[in-house]
Design a protein around this ligand. Structure first.
Ligand SMILES: C[S@@+](CC[C@H](N)C(=O)[O-])C[C@H]1O[C@@H](n2cnc3c(N)ncnc32)[C@H](O)[C@@H]1O
Length: 280
């Protein structure tokens, strides 16, 4: 995939790797974004699915709608949307491994007629202008150093009145110091892959330029630590019983989950949903 940026190629290798795939398959499930928990010991999968249900509830969707999922992972959200609303969903995702599983599951669940899966980067959208009623990105945009460019491109493919939603990590209020930004990003990645957390004002600035109005920013930060604590406990249990991962991978990933738990508690970063609407 020679037309991918260096960052995209680096992250693609990460998402295609067997260990990470096993982590998602065994621990995280097909909704690989942060969950929204009703209480602290709620089942992880219920909380993760709730994020998708909640985001969908913010949109007006019916069987005539066409939605774009940017960085669609294993397609958990696409199947939820297609099954519940009978709408069309186009999935665009970097990882071929994940796309293969997405396609297989759509076939198994007889949803292939509603869901198309495209291999690629959301920095280049292979769709005509004004195609989609809504575009969303669930914990995926921050893997790109040019996510604001991707936001502009999402605008292009939305119809007038179309909506953009992203659940993501973000800074808000006073601008964080460079040291705090680096600290948070290092907690998240440990250098294994790359992420870029932005300030809400960065999105606001671009939204204003391109003609997107801000519907709301929903702050759900408390869920970060609950999410990572549950991922950690689940991975430890599976590893203790079955030794699924090499000790080296397990140690590294365990540290990442602990660090993400710290990140959630730190007050330095927030997680939630950005919601914009194309005005013209
Ligand atoms: C944490 S996963 C989230 C997957 C899915 N949205 C979900 O919530 O289950 C991040 C996803 O972003 C995708 N991704 C990262 N950078 C991307 C890019 N530049 N273009 C398209 N997909 C990308 C990865 O392939 C991965 O599936």
């Amino acid at each position: 995939m020679s037309n991918f940026s260096v960052i995209d190629s680096f992250n693609q290798g990460y998402f295609n790797s067997k260990d990470i795939d096993l982590f998602y398959q065994r621990v995280s499930g097909e909704h690989t974004h942060c969950g929204i928990f009703e209480h602290s010991d709620e089942d992880l999968h219920i909380a993760k699915k709730r994020t998708t249900e909640y985001m969908a509830s913010l949109l007006k969707i019916d069987s005539n709608s066409h939605l774009l999922d940017l960085g669609s992972g294993y397609g958990g959200a696409a199947r939820y949307l297609a099954e519940k609303y009978g709408c069309q969903v186009s999935c665009l995702n970097l990882s071929e491994e994940q796309n293969g599983i997405n396609i297989e599951r759509n076939q198994e669940q007889k949803l292939s007629h509603l869901i198309n899966v495209y291999q690629g980067s959301f920095e280049n959208l292979p769709f005509p202008d004004s195609t989609f009623n809504a575009a969303w990105a669930q914990d995926s945009f921050y893997y790109s150093d040019t996510q604001l460019q991707a936001f502009r491109k999402a605008y292009r493919v939305l119809i007038k009145g179309g909506e953009f939603l992203a659940c993501t990590y973000f800074f808000s209020g006073d601008r964080p110091s460079e040291a705090d930004v680096n600290k948070v990003m290092n907690w998240y990645t440990g250098g294994i892959h790359k992420v870029y957390f932005l300030h809400t004002d960065d999105y606001r600035k671009v939204a204003k330029e391109i003609g997107m109005s801000e519907v709301e920013i929903i702050e759900l930060t408390d869920n970060i630590s609950l999410n990572y604590l549950q991922l950690l406990q689940k991975m430890e249990k599976i590893q203790a019983e079955e030794q699924v991962w090499s000790q080296e991978f397990f140690n590294k990933k365990r540290q990442r989950l602990l660090d993400c738990y710290e990140m959630g508690k730190s007050g330095l970063i927030q997680w939630g949903i950005l919601h914009y609407r194309k005005e013209n």
